[in-house]
Design a protein around this ligand. Structure first.
Ligand code: SF4
Length: 407
């Protein structure tokens, strides 16, 4: 096993505007922003100064096998800035031959020239935050792009992959937007697969406190699909994607063979990763640490970390195992589920303790096994697809009861 994380996440917090459902650590910079010179450029350069300083503050490290540039909207940056960022890792950490280097892009925030600039900078996988093809829904969600922008972006990415310039790309959709229905959802799914993205991420809309959607929901201004409609939409999604040859390898992620996200598997498997940038969460040696979400506080923190050499959460001596319940929660999201015998052994439990605690968990989960939502092959337990995966929240939340029982 490697001593140091082999994966790094980098947060670029800038977006043109804040979408109505988003509560991420983002800085809305407006439509006119330019990252190299002119409006907004100083703010971006200043952020990159601190981001680069943070990246360079890690002394002990190993070459990386995955890099994920997320946000925010990283495609607001100029290809030169992305090249500088990736170069920093190449020169100071090392990047494996064949490493997966992903960058999130939003439709309408890049064109052919900038896309190939990002590719020249070293990006070999893109994740397109399309969310829907439907103009009305995109408008209601506060997105800046339109159907035409999504189509244009898909064409560019599809061509780049077919020509061998990139290894893969992913298409993001959000299920259960307000005013969506079975027909609009079916349309979104069919349009998405018509571009053959090798990977798709499909998340259910979640209404977070402080967002415009939360206000709209409370005031009854918009209608959201109810739980029955939502379940129907999930089944429809599973049917359409399965028929199109996608494997659901995680609750919200689908891929054709050989195109799973290597970077995201690091999170789900509870392996260590670096993270850099305002509001980002790292877990290099087990314990998680989230950086300040506010720019000024983040910059002060970077200075402090730099002066103190390394912030506490990043020190190896603070190496702590990720909590067992979290490892189970994450592992059960994956198609292969969790081998409990192995996991308990890794957790230092003897045979007697493992068997006793597994029995307690299976008693709680019994009703789900009887309904066929939870399956097992020997010691490995996993959610059935689609039913178990679509109702995963109930199953996983019940696990907290177990956690209380054994502690
Ligand atoms: S583009 Fe993405 S990160 Fe930016 S505000 Fe919209 S949802 Fe949030």
């Amino acid at each position: 096993m490697n001593k140091f994380p082999r994966s790094a996440y980098i947060h670029i917090p800038f977006c043109h505007r804040r979408c109505f459902y988003c509560d991420f650590a983002v800085i809305p910079v407006g439509d006119k922003v330019q990252s190299l010179e002119g409006f907004g450029s100083e703010m971006i350069k200043n952020y990159l100064h601190f981001l680069f300083k943070e990246i360079l503050s890690i002394r002990d490290k190993a070459p990386l096998s995955t890099i994920y540039i997320g946000g925010g909207t990283p495609s607001i940056l100029d290809p030169k800035q992305i090249s500088e960022l990736i170069g920093l890792f190449k020169n100071n950490y090392g990047v494996d031959y064949g490493a997966e280097i992903t960058m999130e892009v939003d439709p309408a925030s890049f064109n052919k020239e900038s896309l190939y600039g990002f590719i020249d900078a070293g990006v070999n996988r893109f994740s397109l935050g399309a969310q829907s093809f439907n103009n009305q829904i995109l408008k209601i969600a506060g997105r800046r792009h339109s159907l035409n922008d999504v189509q244009y972006s898909c064409e560019l990415l599809q061509e780049a992959q077919l020509q061998g310039f990139i290894k893969s790309w992913s298409f993001d959709l959000i299920q259960d937007f307000p005013e969506s229905n079975k027909k609009t959802w079916e349309d979104d799914l069919y349009k998405a697969i018509s571009y053959s993205p090798p990977h798709m991420s499909i998340y259910d809309l979640s209404i977070e406190k402080g967002t415009v959607f939360n206000r709209f929901k409370n005031s009854g201004k918009l209608s959201f699909p109810d739980s029955d409609e939502s379940y129907e939409n999930s089944l429809l999604k599973s049917q359409i994607l399965q028929k199109a040859g996608y494997e659901r390898y995680e609750i919200s992620n689908y891929s054709i063979a050989g195109h799973q996200s290597r970077h995201n598997r690091v999170y789900w498997k509870g392996l260590g990763w670096w993270a850099f940038g305002q509001g980002s969460t790292s877990s290099p040696f087990g314990s998680k640490f989230t950086r300040p979400r506010v720019s000024k506080e983040y910059k002060n923190w970077v200075d402090q970390q730099h002066d103190l050499k390394l912030e506490d959460s990043l020190l190896k001596i603070n190496n702590k195992a990720v909590d067992l319940d979290e490892r189970i929660m994450l592992g059960m999201r994956l198609k292969e589920g969790v081998n409990f015998k192995r996991l308990f052994f890794e957790n230092g439990w003897n045979r007697e303790k493992s068997e006793k605690n597994l029995m307690k968990l299976l008693n709680i989960w019994d009703k789900y096994q009887k309904k066929g939502l939870l399956l097992n092959e020997g010691d490995r337990y996993f959610l059935s697809d689609p039913m178990g995966m679509d109702l995963s929240n109930q199953i996983l939340i019940d696990m907290f009861k177990w956690s209380e029982l054994i502690n």
